[in-house]
Write a protein that binds this ligand. Structure first.
Ligand code: ARG
Length: 460
């Protein structure tokens, strides 16, 4: 039985029904659909558009349907066209005429628009909570490893000394931006489209603000056409999610590298890695690889949404039914990835000696050696040249800047004294980088503490 079958002479073809139906994926919005209907019915009653007692019985029965769905006493009919049809059909089967009044001054177009907003607002909150936990884990680890020197890389070549704590805080910054993007998106999503009707509003004297308030929206949409055909918030959320996944993916890539014997900077806990069916020595970073792999599907979800919307005339078009699978997949993917990723990072064993070893053999203090000469009055370009020659000399003799004799230093510049060894020690190099945003342990500590404090106070 279709809601619209009045003017049709035939039942919808079965295969076409399957094709047209969205119940297999929009039933996850059952709660939001029912909450939206309860608010609508209450408003209709309070504005005198339907009888108050009838409105009350509609609301009570809708609550009953919700609790039966939650307990499993009521099953969703897989043949239904969509969740809106199913709920209204169930209500009407139970209440008769009163049930038939629920759809007064409403369309499935504004109904679906309200359901998705309600559902995604909750998801934004849940994802923000997970991102907040991840940032917390990173800040706590950054405090533990604020003095752990490691090589920083550019072009995957050892470049300059940083600390592991500083490296972790770089990711904390990315996830904080992701969090703030979610907060922004949620704000723009937080308007109620009910009352837009199919597209042109309605002649009934609705109180849209009343419904919006009951549903916890901050306001109402300003234009009925836009109210039913706007899916910016889906595209925006999918974009936020794709960006967050790209961050997780970059982090995963580094963890995969760090776990390799070539780096050996970290070791994943057994609970978050897997073995090989044939190679007994293997411990694979599968979780990180899966997160990296799943990033592709969220980029695909964003592309699906953008492409689906780009040619649509106003107002509602059935193409828009495709919004749900894409945005749900994006939300589910980020949630699942964070659920696995957070404890994996939390339990990962850090191997500071290996980091330090890698830092000691890549001439990552060469810039500091040049800076030493600059401090003694040599122009930077000349200092750069002298240091380059020193590095070449080291490479030729299998030495490092730390093990090169002072006499050799002085052959290249009389400005060198024995204090150069202190100036190029990795700890001096890191401790001296006190510039705002730099890796000096005191900076990392202050930054991590500040973020943890803000998280604790609920300011992020
Ligand atoms: N299942 C539809 C969707 O997800 C609900 C809105 C249908 N409206 C309509 N006029 N066909 O978009």
């Amino acid at each position: 039985m279709k809601l619209w079958e009045g003017k049709f002479h035939k039942e919808l073809d079965q295969k076409t029904n399957d094709f047209n139906s969205s119940i297999s994926f929009d039933s996850r919005m059952a709660q939001e659909d029912i909450e939206g209907s309860i608010a609508h019915a209450a408003m209709l009653g309070s504005c005198g558009i339907i009888d108050k007692a009838e409105a009350e019985s509609i609301c009570a029965e809708l609550k009953q349907i919700l609790s039966e769905l939650q307990s499993g006493a009521l099953q969703i009919d897989p043949q239904a066209e969509d969740i809106h049809t199913f709920v209204e059909g169930e209500l009407t089967a139970r209440l008769g005429a009163a049930g038939k009044r629920l759809h007064t001054a409403r369309s499935r177009n504004d109904q679906v628009a309200v359901d998705i907003r309600l559902y995604l607002k909750k998801q934004c909150g849940a994802l923000s909570g997970q991102l907040g936990s991840l940032v917390g884990v990173l800040c706590k680890k950054a405090l533990l490893y604020k003095e752990t020197v490691m090589p920083g890389y550019t072009h995957m070549q050892r470049a300059q000394p940083i600390t592991f704590g500083h490296h972790l805080l770089a990711y904390a910054e990315m996830f904080l931006r992701d969090l703030s993007r979610l907060t922004d998106t949620k704000k723009r999503m937080d308007v109620c489209p009910l009352g837009s009707g199919a597209l042109a509003g309605t002649t009934y004297p609705l109180d849209r603000e009343y419904t919006a308030k009951l549903l916890g929206f901050a306001g109402v949409t300003n234009n009925s056409l836009d109210g039913v055909s706007d899916r910016d918030f889906c595209m925006e959320l999918a974009s936020d999610i794709a960006i967050a996944m790209v961050h997780l993916s970059r982090f995963s890539e580094e963890i995969i590298l760090w776990c390799s014997w070539e780096f050996r900077f970290v070791q994943l806990d057994d609970a978050f890695s897997t073995g090989s069916s044939i190679m007994p020595q293997k411990k694979n970073p599968d979780i990180a690889e899966l997160v990296r792999g799943k990033t592709g599907r969220t980029i695909g979800d964003l592309t699906t949404l953008l492409t689906m919307m780009k040619g649509l005339p106003l107002a509602y078009n059935k193409d828009m039914q495709e919004d749900k699978e894409a945005i749900f997949d994006a939300v589910d993917t980020l949630r699942m990835c964070l659920t696995a990723f957070i404890p994996m990072v939390d339990t990962m064993k850090v191997l500071p000696q290996n980091m330090r070893k890698a830092a000691a053999h890549g001439f990552i203090n060469a810039t500091d050696c040049a800076d030493y000469l600059v401090n003694k009055g040599l122009p930077f370009r000349d200092a750069y040249r002298v240091t380059g020659d020193l590095v070449a000399e080291c490479v030729e003799h299998g030495l490092t800047l730390e093990t090169l004799p002072i006499e050799t230093y002085r052959k290249y510049s009389a400005l060198f004294d024995a204090d150069v060894f202190d100036a190029i020690s990795l700890d001096t190099c890191v401790n001296g980088r006190k510039v705002t945003g730099g890796p000096a342990p005191q900076n990392v500590e202050a930054q991590a503490e500040r973020i943890l404090q803000e998280l604790e106070e609920g300011r992020i």
